[in-house]
Design a protein around this ligand. Structure first.
Ligand code: IMP
Length: 223
């Protein structure tokens, strides 16, 4: 349901690195953004879905109803062909329930041990859903980014599996490529661009005027 006033969009993630990537991608399009850091009463939404889409919708609609604002839910992860799509929706907790990026990457290398490069193809997937304050999903998109899993880590940019995930055309991992390059090529960047097109269609006349960045790190308004 479109409200009379231009709605503030809240990025429904507690992951600081994802939040940063998404804030940069959306702010460049002129939307007023907030993050969960602006809402101390925000929830930790349990990911009980069986697909990226279900989890993104859950994160958006549960948080939106709770906070009474429009929320963007995002769910993403890594699908490795040789592992029949694992770790998939379990990417964040692949090695164990309290997983770290370090342990997840170790487990991935162990599971792929002995496989030659041509059998290490993989893709990152990102699903984004927008919920209004009543929990209705107004827009959603899913995009991916293909690459392959190298034999050892390279680079320190990005997060998660980035040091192992090579973009074949660049001969470099997302750990080596700059944030600027990742913000053009990644699953999240592709999904965000498509998402911005979707919400611009949804609220064509409500795009805010271009303004300078005036605010703190978690609240942006510029275009
Ligand atoms: P989520 O918070 O449940 O969506 O989990 C996402 C998980 O997928 C992260 O913790 C990472 O392990 C992985 N992931 C998603 N996007 C990226 C990315 O851009 N780079 C590296 N790992 C990612």
């Amino acid at each position: 349901m479109v409200t009379e006033d231009f709605p503030v969009l809240v990025l429904g993630t507690h992951n600081a690195k994802k939040k940063r990537e998404m804030a940069l991608l959306l702010a460049a399009e002129g939307w007023e953004l907030r993050s969960l850091a602006d809402y101390p009463q925000s929830l930790e939404v349990e990911e009980t879905g069986t697909t990226f889409a279900e989890n993104a919708r859950l994160k958006a609609s549960v948080q939106a109803r709770h906070l009474g604002v429009w929320v963007i839910g995002e769910d993403s992860g890594l699908e490795v062909d040789a592992l029949d799509g694992r770790p998939g929706i379990f990417s964040a907790r692949y090695s164990d329930p309290g997983a770290t990026d370090e342990r997840n990457n170790d487990k991935l290398l162990e599971e792929l041990a002995g496989l030659p490069l041509e059998k290490r193809s993989a893709r990152y997937v990102c699903h984004i859903a927008l919920s209004d304050a009543e929990g209705n999903i107004l827009a959603e998109v899913e995009r991916n980014c293909r690459g392959r899993i190298l034999f050892e880590r390279s680079g320190h940019h990005g997060f998660g599996y980035d040091p192992l995930f090579e973009i074949v055309e660049y001969h470099q991992t997302f750990g080596q490529l700059s944030d600027t390059v990742k913000s053009c090529l990644s699953h999240r960047a592709r999904a965000m661009r498509a998402f911005v097109r979707e919400i611009s269609r949804l609220l064509p006349e409500r795009k805010p005027p271009k303004e300078a960045i005036t605010s703190n790190l978690t609240t942006f308004r510029f275009g």
